[in-house]
Design a protein around this ligand. Sequence first.
Ligand code: ATP
Ligand code: ZN
Length: 225
Amino acid sequence: MNTNNRLRIAIQKSGRLSKDCQSLLKQLGIKLNLREQRLIAHSTNMPIDVLRVRDDDIPGLVMDGVCDLGIVGENVLVETQAERQRNQQPSEVTKLAKLDFGYCRLALAWPQELGIQDKDWFNGKRIATTYPEILKQYLEKEQIEASVVMLTGSVEVAPRAGLADAICDLVSTGATLEANGLMQGDTILESNACLIQNANLNDDDKLSLINKLMPRLRGVKQAKE
Ligand code: ATP
Ligand code: ZN
């Protein structure tokens, strides 16, 4: 549990979500000095600390109560939740808002030269992914018997490298797939960044600060629409 009396928010340190997270915090009126390459940035105008970490660590930090809030892609949230449920670790969070950035799809793809394929084709095949839990749930639901190869990076080169027959990877424009000679199939998950809260947070001061920030968040969202 975060027993510190400052509200702790986990965001991605550097990557696709960092810029949008930083500007969201700014729009919420949270002043931060993010120039230094520190793990923790203290707000100068509110009792808030911002932790800058790898996106994969964010759901776990919030689920374990190390951080009170976190901003993370639904893809990472759903995957972590399933993995933790399997390991009987805390996996509950309160989803406070779906945010209007970080959109991507988790989709199946295979070498273009194979042409259009239906779901049956995947039977007996090897599929490389960074999201084994989400993929396994999909395969089970679709009654496809395929094996899952877990890779934490460069998934799109797996077919060419002979590591897998197909992949299940994040796509936003499809340009990366195309550049790697892959054809896109079914989308198995659509994802946006979201704001999550520790499910057991019961510190009155922190809860009232969150209650103050939430209308601002809705205001920011409306202003963009
Ligand atoms: P980290 O070093 O923090 O682990 P990463 O390389 O895992 O970073 P990024 O590539 O920065 O992660 O992506 C972070 C999140 O951005 C993804 O989990 C996803 O929610 C979202 N995202 C949006 N568009 C894309 C895309 N085209 N490809 C991958 N992720 C995307
Ligand atoms: Zn990551």
